[in-house]
Design a protein around this ligand. Structure first.
Ligand SMILES: Cc1cc2nc3c(=O)[nH]c(=O)nc-3n(C[C@H](O)[C@H](O)[C@H](O)COP(=O)(O)O)c2cc1C
Length: 185
């Protein structure tokens, strides 16, 4: 993928650079993603935010990546000795996605008041009823400008629910169609 500098130099003007960024934003809106709530901390220091920039990095050892905007409240709580949980949301948990994206105006630990949270191993809050909880210890930070790419070692998982995932596509929440494709399974 071209870097911002590459787009800038090949585009050759600020306007063309803006158009290239907008084109990339539009292309990424066609990239369907699962919706997750990433949580860290405990008690009044709990923090969480909605995220689609989550990927499984390696299976052996199990590791996950998250991309966190430096402006997000939880960003500074994610330190080298900390942990986080990736909570994969089910389709009926859209309200939780909105809350942890600050769309209801709630902040900090108050976002956690409406739901039930369990502790698995690390102590990070794990949402009961999520499609999956992936409990991790922070392992690496990579500064990528506006965001930090954080890698985590997976120390515990819970994924016993069979439910449809909440998806984000074309700038809105979506759900899977129930029909399988002919060759799909
Ligand atoms: C569908 C969706 C996906 C998002 N994905 C990310 C993400 O991957 N990384 C990120 O830093 N912010 C992401 N955000 C934005 C954060 O959820 C939002 O900036 C944050 O909750 C702001 O509130 P806070 O700073 O009070 O936590 C996403 C928001 C939405 C609605």
């Amino acid at each position: 993928m071209p870097s911002a500098e590459h787009i800038e130099s090949s585009a050759n003007s600020a306007d063309a650079y803006g158009e290239a960024v907008e084109g990339f934003r539009h292309a990424m809106s066609k990239y369907p993603a699962t919706v997750n709530v990433i949580t860290t901390g405990s008690g009044e220091a709990r923090r969480g935010f909605t995220a689609t920039a989550v990927f499984s990095a390696t299976m052996d050892p199990p590791a996950i990546g998250i991309c966190v905007n430096k402006s997000v409240d939880a960003h500074d709580a994610l330190r080298p000795d900390s942990s986080f949980c990736v909570n994969v949301l089910a389709v009926e948990q859209q309200g939780i996605a909105n809350r942890f994206a600050a769309r209801d105006g709630s902040k900090g630990a108050s976002r956690f008041e409406h739901d039930t949270w369990d502790i698995l191993v690390t102590g990070s809050p794990c949402l009961r009823g999520a499609l999956a909880n992936v409990d991790c210890k922070v392992s690496q930070f990579i500064d990528i400008g506006t965001h930090t790419l954080i890698l985590g070692d997976v120390v515990s998982v819970r994924s016993d629910r069979v439910q449809n995932p909440l998806l984000y596509f074309d700038r809105g929440f979506r759900q899977l169609a129930t029909e399988s494709l002919e060759m799909g399974e």
